[in-house]
Design a protein around this ligand. Structure first.
Ligand SMILES: C[S@@+](CC[C@H](N)C(=O)[O-])C[C@H]1O[C@@H](n2cnc3c(N)ncnc32)[C@H](O)[C@@H]1O
Length: 274
C-alpha cells in the first residue's frame, strides 16, 4: 500500500477502537469471554498456533533460568506458553488478570501434572505474595507493551519479589516502531478489510504500545536489575492472512536478574531492621 493510502483506514480504526472499554481489566476479561477458539485457525491475534516462537527461546531460557525452579508465566492468556514452559521447568504457574483467560488456560491444560493457574492483577501491590513458596523464574510475553509506564514499573516490582535472589526474568515483547495505522497495516489491515483476529483486538482492547531497550531500562532500571542478555526477535502472531511477514512483529527479548542489593534491601528482614 502506498505511504498515504493506508491512512484511509484511520476513520474505521477510530470507529472500531471507540467500543473498547477504558477500564483495562474489564477490557481483557470481556475479550477473553468472547474467545471461542484458540490454536491453529483460532481467534486470538497473538496466538500463532505453533510452538515455533517458543522453541526459538529455548536456548536463552536454558542459558539463564534454573529449570529446577518453578516458572511463573505472567499474563498467561490461554496458557499456550505456560504449557510449553511446563515441559522444561519443575512447575509452571500461569497468572492472568482475566478470569475467563485463566478458566480457558486451565481447561486447555487438563491432564498436565506440573501446571496450575491463578487470577491476579500483577500490577497490584503485593500481587506476588503466596504464588510460589520460594524464588521462581518469570516468563513474560506480550504483557509489558500493553501496560502504561506506571503499571510497567508496578509489575516489575512484583517480578523482583517473585525472582528473589535465585530466579531470572525472561521478557519477550513486541517492539514495533510506528503509529497505530502502520501497526495494523503491518498485520494485514487494508482500507477494504481487516483480518478477523485483528479486528476483534481493535474493538475490544486498548491500543498497544511497544517495549524495547529504552522502556526496559526505565521499568527495570540497571540500578535494580542485572541485564544478562537482550536482543531482537520476531513475535509470531496469528497467520490469518497467509502472508508470513504480516504475522511476524519486530520484538525484543531480555533476561534479567534482580540485583542482590535490591532484593536484600527490600526483604522483610531488612525492612524490620535486622
Ligand atoms: C497480549 S496477551 C499475551 C498472552 C500470553 N502471554 C501469550 O503470549 O499468549 C496479554 C495478556 O496479559 C493479561 N494481562 C493484562 N494486564 C494484566 C495484569 N495487570 N496482570 C496480569 N495479567 C494481565 C491479559 O489478560 C492477556 O491475557
Amino acid at each position: 500500500m502506498s505511504a498515504w493510502r493506508k491512512y484511509l483506514l484511520l476513520p474505521r480504526l477510530i470507529r472500531l477502537s471507540r467500543s473498547a472499554p477504558k477500564d483495562r481489566p474489564l477490557a481483557w476479561d470481556r475479550y477473553w469471554a468472547g474467545i471461542t477458539s484458540t490454536g491453529p485457525g483460532g481467534e486470538v491475534l497473538w496466538d500463532a498456533g505453533t510452538d515455533h516462537e517458543f522453541l526459538g527461546y529455548r536456548d536463552i531460557l536454558l542459558r539463564h533460568l534454573d529449570p529446577m525452579l518453578p516458572v511463573v508465566d505472567v499474563g498467561c492468556g490461554h496458557g499456550s506458553f505456560t504449557r510449553s514452559l511446563a515441559g522444561i521447568f519443575s512447575e509452571a504457574i500461569g497468572v492472568d488478570i482475566s478470569r475467563h483467560a485463566v478458566t480457558r488456560a486451565a481447561d486447555e491444560s487438563a491432564g498436565i501434572g506440573n501446571i496450575r493457574f491463578d487470577i491476579r492483577d500483577m500490577t497490584a501491590p503485593g500481587a506476588a505474595a503466596g504464588l510460589v513458596d520460594g524464588p521462581a523464574n518469570v516468563f513474560v510475553r506480550g504483557v509489558l507493551h500493553v501496560l502504561t509506564p506506571e503499571d510497567q514499573a508496578a509489575l516489575a516490582e512484583n517480578l523482583r519479589v517473585l525472582a528473589g535472589d535465585e530466579g531470572t526474568v525472561f521478557l519477550a515483547e513486541t517492539n514495533f516502531q510506528g503509529n497505530p495505522v502502520e501497526y495494523v497495516t503491518h498485520l494485514g489491515a487494508t482500507r477494504h478489510s481487516i483480518p478477523a483476529p485483528l479486528e476483534r483486538a481493535i474493538r475490544g482492547l486498548p491500543m498497544p504500545g511497544h517495549f524495547g531497550p529504552k522502556e526496559r531500562s526505565l521499568a527495570l532500571p540497571p540500578a535494580a536489575w542485572d541485564l544478562l542478555e537482550e536482543g531482537a526477535v520476531a513475535i509470531e502472531t496469528n497467520p490469518v492472512t497467509g502472508v508470513e511477514r504480516q504475522s511476524r512483529v519486530p520484538g525484543y527479548v531480555a533476561a534479567l536478574r534482580p540485583r542482590r542489593e535490591s532484593v536484600q534491601a527490600s526483604s522483610p528482614q531488612a525492612e524490620a531492621g535486622y
